[in-house]
Write a protein that binds this ligand. Structure first.
Ligand code: NA7
Length: 535
C-alpha cells in the first residue's frame, strides 16, 4: 500500500506536560506551525500519570506554577501549601484551556522513532499509531522522571493479586479497603503513599530496601492573607526565586553549620523541622558540601525518627545511616514515620531479608517468609533523565543512534542539545540543573532559550544547529566536576543512574545552581550561540 506523505510541520514537541505545554505556547508566538504528540490521554505529564494516594508536590504551590503570565498567576487560586496531584492536574487543564492549547495536541499518540534526514535537515517522526510527520525542529519535552522502573521479581507472573506502579496509576483510582497491601520502595512516592494506604487497607507491609530521610511537609490550606501577600508582588518574588540556586524562594542560612554552636544549630533545625518542607536543607550552605556539616543535620533527623517511632527496633530500621542527608533526594511527608506506630503497618527490612520471588499469594523473602497480599504497589522509581529519550529510536547524522552515543552516559551541551543530532532540543535534559531545582522554573528558562534559538534560526535562514563536540565534551566534564565537589555523589541514587541495573554511573544533572547556569546559557546565545555549529 502506498504510504501517505508525512504531515509537514515546523516544530514537533514530544510531551504535553508542563514543558510541552509552555513550549507549544511559545512556538505559536513565533508564527510557526507546531504540533504536540502526547502518549497520555490528557495534559499534565507527571501529574497525569502519578495519581497514587498521597501524591503531592514538594515545592510550594505558589512557586510550583508558571510565571510567564501574570494574568494566570493572579487568577489561579491554590488551595493547599503543597498541592496534591489532583489540584496540579486541574491547574494544567486550566492552562491548556486558557491558552487554547489542546487544538494542537494529539493525545494517546506515542512517538516511537525520529530520524534526521541530512538532505533537507528535517526530522522524520513515526508514532505508535502509524502516523508520520516531518518537522524542521524536534523538541523532546518528555520529562525527567517519566519512565517508571519496576524491579525484576522472579515469578511475578504467578502472582494472582493486582500490581500497581505509583508512576502509572489507574485513572479511576484504587480502593484498598479491606485489603492486605504490600508496598515496595521508600523514596518520595512510597513515603507519600504509605500513610494514605495505611489508613485504608486492612494491613500494609512496607518493603524497604534503603531507609530515606524525610521532613514533615506540614501541608495546610493557603490562607487568603498568604495568597494576597504573594500576589501583591508576584513578579518580584519570581525574579528573586530565579537568583536562588534551586530557583526556589526560601530563607537560606549564610554561615557554615560548623561555625555555630550546637545549641544554635539544634534550634535552627528544630525551627525548620516545625516549619516543614524540604527547605530544611537550606539551613546552612555547606550541608551538601562538608560531611561534618551534613552529619549535624542527619543526626537531628535520626533523633526525630527515634522520638516519633515507638518501637525502637522499627525506628532503627527506618533510620538512614548509609548516605549523607540530601544526597538522595530528600522527601517531604505527612505522618510517614508516625504511620509505623499503627497496628496495621509492618516494616519489612529487605537489607536483612531480600525479596526472593513472587508466589501466587504475594512475596517470599530469601529468609523463607511469605507475605500474602491482595495488591502489590511498586513505588520503585523511574529511569531518570534519560529514560524517556532512550525509549524513542532516535537516529541522527550518519544514522547514528542516540542510545548508542549515550551508552556510557548522556552527552549534551548545556543539557539542551547533543552533537550529531541537529535541530533536536531537550527541555530539562541530562546535564541541566532541572531535577535539582524548581522544575517549572527550569522548564520556563529552557523553553525561553529554545524559542529564542528557533527564532534566531528562522531569522538568519539557517538550516541546522547542533553543538560542537568540543563544547559538548567540556560541558560533560563540567557537570561531572561540579558534582564531584559535593556530597551528591556519595549515595547510590537515581541522580547517578544507580537505580537501574546496567545504567552507567554518571551524575545526570548540573549542580552548579540555576543562576550560574542561566547566565551561561544567556551568554552562549548572546555570543552568537558559542559552542554551536549553525549551518
Ligand atoms: P525513588 O526515589 O527512586 O525511590 C524508589 C524506591 O524503590 C527506593 O526506596 C528504592 O530503594 C526502592 N527500590 C527500587 N528497586 C527496588 C528493588 N528491586 N527492591 C526493593 N526496593 C527497590 O523513586 P520515587 O518514585 O519515590 O521518587 C522519584 C522522584 O520523584 C523523587 O525523587 C522526586 O523527585 C519525585 P533503594 O533506595 O534503591 O535501595
Amino acid at each position: 500500500r502506498e504510504r501517505t506523505v508525512p504531515e509537514s510541520i515546523d516544530v514537533i514537541i514530544v510531551g504535553a506536560g508542563f514543558a510541552g505545554m509552555y513550549m507549544l505556547h511559545r512556538v505559536r508566538s513565533l508564527g510557526l506551525s507546531v504540533l504536540v504528540l502526547e502518549a497520555g490521554g490528557g495534559v499534565g505529564g507527571t501529574w497525569y500519570w502519578n495519581r497514587y494516594p498521597g501524591a503531592r508536590c514538594d515545592v510550594e504551590s505558589m512557586q510550583y506554577s508558571y510565571s510567564f503570565s501574570d494574568d494566570l498567576q493572579q487568577e489561579w487560586k491554590w488551595r493547599e501549601r503543597f498541592a496534591p496531584q489532583s489540584e496540579i492536574l486541574a491547574y494544567a487543564n486550566h492552562v491548556a484551556q486558557k491558552f487554547d492549547l489542546v487544538r494542537d495536541i494529539r493525545f494517546e499518540t506515542r512517538v516511537v522513532a525520529a530520524e534526521f534526514h541530512e538532505a533537507d535537515s528535517r526530522w522524520q517522526i513515526v508514532t505508535d499509531k502509524g502516523g508520520r510527520f516531518s518537522s524542521k525542529f524536534l523538541v523532546m519535552a518528555t520529562g525527567c522522571l517519566s519512565v517508571p522502573l519496576a524491579p525484576k521479581i522472579n515469578g511475578l507472573e504467578n502472582y494472582r493479586g493486582n500490581v500497581y506502579h505509583t508512576g502509572n496509576w489507574p485513572q479511576k483510582g484504587v480502593d484498598f479497603t479491606g485489603q492486605t497491601v504490600g508496598l515496595v520502595g521508600t523514596g518520595s512516592s512510597g513515603i507519600q503513599a504509605t500513610p494514605e494506604i495505611a489508613k485504608q487497607a486492612k494491613h500494609l507491609f512496607v518493603f524497604q530496601r534503603s531507609p530515606n530521610f524525610s521532613i514533615p511537609a506540614r501541608n495546610c490550606p493557603i490562607s487568603p492573607e498568604y495568597e494576597a501577600e504573594w500576589k501583591r508582588d508576584y513578579s518580584d518574588r519570581r525574579k528573586a526565586a530565579r537568583l536562588a540556586v534551586s530557583g526556589i524562594l526560601a530563607q537560606r542560612g549564610q554561615s557554615s553549620a560548623l561555625e555555630v554552636d550546637e545549641e544554635t544549630r539544634s534550634k535552627e533545625y528544630e525551627r525548620r523541622w516545625n516549619a516543614g518542607g524540604t527547605n530544611f536543607m537550606a539551613a546552612y550552605p555547606d550541608l551538601l558540601l562538608n560531611p561534618d556539616a551534613n552529619e549535624t543535620a542527619a543526626a537531628f533527623v535520626r533523633t526525630k525518627i527515634k522520638e516519633i517511632v515507638k518501637d525502637a527496633a522499627v525506628a532503627a530500621r527506618l533510620t538512614p545511616t548509609d548516605h549523607p542527608i540530601g544526597s538522595k533526594r530528600i522527601c517531604a511527608d505527612t505522618q510517614y514515620y508516625d504511620t509505623f506506630n499503627r497496628e496495621n503497618v509492618t516494616l519489612v527490612d529487605l537489607r536483612t531479608d531480600p525479596i526472593e520471588c513472587a508466589i501466587e499469594e504475594g512475596l517470599r523473602t530469601a529468609g523463607g517468609h511469605s507475605f500474602a497480599v491482595d495488591s502489590l504497589v511498586l513505588a520503585t522509581g523511574f529511569d531518570a533523565m534519560t529514560g524517556a529519550i532512550d525509549k524513542v529510536q532516535i537516529f541522527g547524522r550518519n544514522g547514528r543512534r542516540l542510545r548508542d552515543k549515550w551508552q556510557d552516559g548522556p552527552k549534551t551541551y548545556l543539557g539542551l542539545m547533543t552533537a550529531g543530532f541537529p535541530n533536536l532540543f531537550i527541555v530539562t535534559g541530562p546535564g541541566s540543573p532541572s531535577v535539582l531545582t524548581n522544575m517549572i522554573v527550569a522548564i520556563e528558562d529552557h523553553v525561553d532559550w529554545i524559542s529564542k534559538c528557533i527564532s534566531h534560526m528562522v531569522s538568519v535562514k539557517a538550516n541546522s544547529i547542533e553543538p560542537k563536540e568540543l563544547a559538548e565534551n567540556e560541558w560533560v566534564a563540567t557537570v561531572a566536576a561540579e558534582a564531584a565537589k559535593t556530597l551528591m555523589v556519595k549515595a547510590k541514587s537515581w541522580y547517578l543512574g544507580d537505580n537501574k541495573p546496567g545504567k552507567p554511573h554518571v551524575f545526570l544533572a548540573y549542580v552548579g545552581g540555576l543562576p550560574k547556569y542561566q547566565e551561561l546559557c544567556d551568554q552562549v546565545a548572546a555570543e552568537g550561540y558559542r559552542g554551536f555549529e549553525i549551518a
